[in-house]
Design a protein around this ligand. Structure first.
Ligand code: OOB
Length: 544
């Protein structure tokens, strides 16, 4: 989608016209773009604090002005409505200003994560037709300018590297704060609220990551509906702990939810209590969001901290199953209501309610946030199971995608003919509507909330000349809930864990996808129809 056009129906399948109309009529879709929404917020809350990043603070009026200035700079570079860019910034004010500047122009950010490397970014840039890659200079001791140069050399469509910080004198790299020749005058081709506003990354089940188109209308509704359920208002202070590019942190309710009601977003550079607890105390944070591996670390630290955490009202936990034994420990340790969050970049978001009885808060993963969310729980033949029984969760609704971006074949498998998304999650639904996540039918590993598509890693492993066959599975892990194990059949010499890591690093595969464990085998077990028998491999690990 380069040039002025929005992606067409084949690129990004959308809701049928009558369905879209019903969502507008019901008021779910407000018909405002994010760029326009920020303008309204700046008028309503001009002098209130919108964003805090370490010692940098911005009121709504300042944010709005900074967004205009940056939008003009990005226009000067030639960016325009319908262009895509890979946005790869860590938590900080630069992310927020850049994101809204892109929204104001109708330029679509691909939400890359700071942990992604050349293998992921080149794929995302090529798939999305990105014209720019926006990066920090150095973050967590990694030089993103080098990464950007590698990507740009491989994907010629990436014309610009925009660096938040020092551009470092490389060809084609410009500083975010110093863009040449800003575009002036009104933006002639302003975006519409039904346009794709952003492309999120799917956790994935296939060889290459998929992109999820989210429109202004659907994504703004997602954030606002979540904000209402969490009781957010202009006095709320949200602390972004996980990467803000992640859908959970961005809009569940996250950054966008707290801004939508005039509250304050505080962006933490690290999830570690040594950074976050002082921020909670100083900024009087009222709500934050964690994943299961962080939870015991925060609980432990909260029990002995001298920092005042008494402002905290809600702690959301999601992205992987929170252990039933840990759930009851959260409220006494952190002095805040636990909210379980079962969401997906594809859309559907489930939250426990703040006044749910303990039983529901501690053992379920919440219920759909919208009255218009449609839920089906089906067996392997696609028939609805009796109420309360386990089956695969299918869903459609006002903020759930109708198709991945530029992936027609995958879409044919991932959706029913009538537009339900097959989540790959196995759930039970309670009479209250709450869902219990009991398993998964997709070939994915959930490593403490970070999703690994087994086939993607297998593809990278098979690129090693010494590896003849590979299968990646998940196995229970105390810290991460699940860790990844690669079973390898080697040709001559054994290829061990260190060699595997070296190989994946050389390919530019993000660290979290590197197998935690490598098992060398003579052959992979097969099912009667000749597919790799991953259940047999998983059983081998558990019984070992
Ligand atoms: C969130 O989004 P994604 O796209 O990284 O991953 C979605 C998948 C779900 O399909 C499910 O398999 C798993 O992550 N998941 C959970 C869970 N929350 C997500 N599995 C069990 N229990 C939970 N509470 O992970 C995400 C997006 C928005 C909000 C929160 C999480």
């Amino acid at each position: 989608m380069t040039g002025n056009a929005q992606p067409d129906e084949a690129d990004a399948p959308t809701w049928p016209a009558e369905t879209a109309e019903s969502y507008r009529r019901a008021g779910y879709w407000a018909g405002r773009t994010f760029g326009a929404q920020l303008r309204d917020l700046a008028a309503a809350h001009a002098d209130r604090t919108a964003v805090v990043d370490a010692d940098r603070r911005m009121t709504y009026a300042e944010l709005d002005r900074a967004v205009d200035a940056l939008a003009a700079g990005l226009r000067g570079l030639g960016l325009q409505r319908g262009d895509t860019v890979v946005l790869q910034l860590p938590n900080g004010a630069d992310f927020v200003v850049t994101w809204f500047a892109l929204q104001r122009l109708g330029v679509v950010p691909v939400h890359a994560l700071p942990g992604h490397r050349a293998a992921e970014i080149t794929h995302l840039a090529a798939l999305s037709g990105a014209v720019a890659h926006i990066v920090p200079d150095v973050h967590a001791r990694f030089d993103y300018r080098e990464l950007a140069a590698t990507v740009r050399a491989q994907v010629p469509g990436v014309r610009h590297v925009v660096v938040a910080g020092e551009p470092g004198g490389r060809d084609g790299a410009v500083a975010l704060g110093d863009l040449p020749e800003p575009g002036t005058g009104p933006i002639e081709d302003a975006p519409s609220s039904s346009d794709v506003a952003l492309l999120l990354l799917s956790g994935g089940t296939t060889g290459v990551p998929k992109l999820i188109p989210r429109t202004h209308d659907d994504y703004a509704y997602n954030a606002l509906a979540a904000a209402r359920i969490c009781g957010l208002d202009a006095d709320s202070v949200y602390l972004a702990v996980l990467p803000v590019a992640f859908n959970f942190t961005m809009s569940c309710p996250g950054l966008l939810g707290v801004l939508a009601v005039g509250g304050t977003a505080v962006l933490s550079g690290s999830p570690d209590p040594s950074t976050t607890f002082p921020l909670i105390e100083r900024e009087r944070v009222t709500i934050t969001a964690l994943n299961p591996p962080l939870t015991p670390v925060w609980i432990e630290e909260a029990r002995r901290t001298s920092h005042d955490l008494s402002s905290l009202q809600v702690v959301q936990i999601g992205s992987a199953r929170l252990a039933d034994e840990i759930a009851p420990l959260v409220e006494p340790a952190l002095g805040a209501t636990l909210q379980q969050v079962f969401g997906m970049a594809e859309g559907l978001l489930n939250l426990t309610l703040l006044d749910d009885p303990d039983e529901l808060k501690y053992t379920t993963q919440g219920r759909p946030i919208s009255p218009a969310d449609e839920i089906r729980v089906v067996d392997t033949d696609g028939h609805d199971v009796p109420p309360g029984e386990a089956g695969e969760l299918l869903t459609r609704g006002p903020y759930t995608l109708r198709g991945y971006y530029r992936a027609p074949e995958h879409n044919a498998r991932s959706f029913t003919a009538d537009g339900f998304y097959r989540t790959g999650d196995v759930v039970r639904q309670l009479p209250t509507g709450h869902l219990n996540v009991v398993g998964r039918v997709k070939d994915q590993i959930n490593r403490g909330g970070e999703k690994i598509a087994a086939t993607e890693v297998e593809g990278h492993l098979l690129a090693h000349p010494g590896i003849a066959a590979a299968a990646v599975v998940g196995t229970p892990d105390e810290r991460f809930g699940e860790r990844s194990v690669a079973f390898l059949v080697c040709r001559d010499e054994p290829v061990g864990k260190v060699a595997v890591a070296r190989h994946l690093r050389a390919l530019g595969v993000a660290q979290y996808k590197h197998p935690d464990q490598v098992e060398l085998v003579d052959a992979l077990p097969l099912t009667p129809v000749g597919k790799i028998d991953k259940n047999a491999l998983r059983e081998r690990l558990v019984s070992a």
